[in-house]
Design a protein around this ligand. Structure first.
Ligand code: ATP
Length: 255
């Protein structure tokens, strides 16, 4: 599904990613943990093709195609989905119209006609139910005035509607109350299958009790310094990151 080889990237001449290697197969869930500022959000931004991030070395293949060569919207149409740490508000664009437009963009890219209005409404209702989404939010402007938790739930609804091949959830658990955490992770669990993959960026082992990952990686100073199974997350919870920092001293950073 995704193959990252020796990925180096900078933001404003600051080296942040310093040789990431990661392989993700269909059906797998990978968790990425790591101390603040280690490069987790930068990795998701580079994969999504956000502006101002310069890849200086390495390659990323998404289903054997060169991901870094694709414009951000092509990445999305190819089936990459990024749930933001801070979902953006788009006043004047209703949630439902946003979903319809995004869905039909993807269909057009696949050579399919726009979805019939009736079928679209049926699908929206089905997915709203699946991810326990509050129907009152569907006609409001996209994320405008939504609470932090409502925004995160909205990301999961988008994910359910668009059915991406690879979803990257960047700290989707931050700011969620206990019920929302259960709903959001329950949504992911219902959506995961043998054909799609997830990358879950999180600080908390707690989320990984709900969404059990196949692999856990620790990102530190722009590199993956340790990989393991869910037991690694438990170990991190208990021991923190200092033992890893000692084993892998930070490289010099050029500012
Ligand atoms: N636009 C930018 N200009 C300068 N430095 C930046 C920029 N964006 C990110 N950085 C720096 O890159 C480093 C990695 O940031 P990143 O957000 O990827 O870390 P993170 O692992 O996601 O952290 P957190 O756990 O706190 O969310 C940080 O030191 C950050 O200050």
């Amino acid at each position: 599904m995704l193959s990252i080889k020796n990925l180096h990237a900078e933001v404003e001449d600051k080296k942040i990613l310093k040789g990431i290697n990661l392989d993700i197969k269909p059906g797998e869930v990978h968790a990425i943990m790591g101390p603040n500022g280690s490069g987790k959000s930068t990795l998701s931004a580079v994969l999504a093709g956000r502006e101002n991030y310069t890849v200086t070395e390495g390659e990323v293949l998404f289903e054997d195609k060169d991901l870094l060569d694709m414009a951000p919207e092509i990445r999305a149409r190819e089936g990459l989905f990024l749930a933001f740490q801070y979902p953006v508000e788009i006043p004047g664009v209703s949630n439902i119209n946003f979903l319809r437009t995004a869905l039909n963009e993807i269909r057009e890219y696949k050579g399919l006609p726009p979805m019939e209005a009736k079928e679209f409404l049926r699908l929206t209702k089905e997915k709203q139910k699946l991810v326990e989404f509050d129907a009152k939010l569907i006609n409001r402007s996209l994320n405008e005035g939504f609470s932090g938790g409502e925004k995160k739930r909205n990301e999961i609804l988008q994910l359910a509607m668009l059915d991406p091949k690879l979803s990257i959830l960047d700290e989707t658990d931050s700011g969620l109350d206990i019920d929302a955490l259960r709903i959001v992770s329950g949504g992911v669990n219902k959506l995961r299958n043998e054909h799609n993959s997830f990358v879950i960026i999180t600080h908390y082992q707690r989320l990984l009790e709900y969404i059990v990952p196949d692999f856990v990686h620790v990102l530190y100073d722009g590199r993956i310094v340790k990989s393991g199974t869910k037991e690694l997350a438990l170990e991190l919870e208990e021991r923190g990151y200092d033992w890893l920092k000692e084993s892998y001293p930070a490289t010099e950073t050029v500012h």
